[in-house]
Write a protein that binds this ligand. Structure first.
Ligand code: IPM
Ligand code: MG
Length: 366
């Protein structure tokens, strides 16, 4: 089977970090007998500037046809004042919605060499390995009605938090399936104490569990208490299952615990395509970092690890993913650091391309 990829470098540091991913992709083609057919397109502010929309219909068509989309980052101050529909983020949201990427996998993993970077005590996070499964195509991000209107002489902002039973059930299945390949535990988070949709969320997750996944340990937490527990004792969690908005917040909190936002990848998965592979988009958790863009200092690891997730979830190459993740671990253990990973003890940070060099050298040596 050929492996097809669409690369969307996007804005800010996106193109710089993606250049390193391209080298890794080529390495797998040359050394692992995994050739990739790679096409490239625009997304975000640069797509608006050059094509008049944060993602064009033509790019969407390619995205729908490939095995996996790899995205860098979108956004930047240059586009802050655009109409809502033209904002860079709308490109990303259209990809998620039109490809129906309902399960967003966000690992929060603490790399041994970086435990000191956490805002928590190192022993609370050393060895941390949890996965947030965030529903990505529904809830308050997309619910109707929405908008700002007038009520008498004041404005009213409205968004709708809405979930159907089938939307909850399918993302719950993703979480349970994943848990079976990990430590077999799922904690589901909602606010059933104040939201009817939270009651439905709780009940459907429990029903899917009882009918199909009785072997997996399931617990429930109110999302606010869950946030507190993530900071108090993060290692109690294996897989956290939650909705779109809570998942957005909780995954940022979890990411920060690892002390290294520049390190974390994500996968957004949909239903299987005709070839059996899921619709998929992979992207780093970090943003476009306009403050350091263009200087060659950004950390490419999150984007490189996003490709590792693509190897695992789209290309059935878990061994390749292990190899690449091992190369990253080993580079960090050697003390190779981009600027974002420099501790108070100092040292000389490497640039984006040197980090790429170091990872490729480890792959060559493996
Ligand atoms: C994320 C981001 C996006 C979101 C933005 C950029 C639309 O914060 O992927 O977590 O809110 O989902
Ligand atoms: Mg977010």
């Amino acid at each position: 089977m050929t492996n097809t990829l669409l690369i969307l470098p996007g804005d800010g540091i996106g193109p710089e970090v993606m250049a390193q991913v391209r080298r890794v992709i080529d390495w797998f083609g040359a050394n692992r007998g995994m050739p990739f057919e790679v096409s490239e397109g625009l997304v975000g502010g640069i797509a608006y500037d050059e094509e008049g929309a944060p993602i064009s219909d033509a790019t969407m068509e390619v995205a729908q046809s490939v095995d996996a989309v790899l995205l860098g980052a979108v956004g930047g101050p240059k586009w802050d004042d655009l109409d809502f529909k033209d904002k860079p983020e709308r490109g990303l949201l259209r990809l998620r919605k039109d490809m129906d990427l309902f399960a967003n996998l966000r690992p929060a993993q603490c790399f041994d060499a970086l435990a000191d970077f956490s805002s928590l005590k190192p022993d609370l996070v050393a060895g941390l390995d949890m996965m947030i499964v965030r529903e990505l195509t529904s809830g308050v991000y997309f619910g109707e009605p929405r908008g700002v209107s007038h009520d008498g002489n004041e404005r009213v902002g409205v968004n709708t938090h809405r979930y159907t039973e089938s939307e909850i059930a399918r993302v719950a299945r993703s979480a349970f399936e994943l848990a079976r390949k990990r430590r077999n535990r799922v904690c589901s988070m909602e606010k059933r104490n104040v939201m009817e949709a939270g009651i439905l969320w709780h009940d459907v997750v429990q029903e899917v569990h009882d009918a199909e996944y009785g072997d997996v340990e399931l617990t429930h937490m109110l999302a606010d208490a869950g946030g507190m527990q993530i900071v108090r004792a993060p290692k109690q969690f294996d897989v956290i299952l939650t909705d779109n908005l809570f998942g957005d917040m909780l995954s940022d909190v979890a990411a920060m615990l690892t002390g290294s936002l520049g390190m974390l990848p994500s996968a957004s998965l949909g239903a299987p395509m005709a070839n059996g592979r899921p619709k998929a988009l992979y992207e780093p958790v970090h943003g476009s970092a306009p403050d350091i863009a263009g200087r060659g200092v950004a950390n490419p690891i999150a984007c490189i690890l996003s490709f590792a997730m693509a190897l695992r979830y789209s290309f059935d190459a878990g061994d390749g993913a292990d190899l690449l993740e091992g190369a990253v671990q080993s580079v960090l253990a050697d003390g190779v650091r981009t600027g974002d990973l420099m501790g108070p003890e100092g040292g000389t940070p490497v640039g984006t391309a040197q980090m790429g060099d170091a990872i490729l050298a480890k792959l060559d040596a493996a």
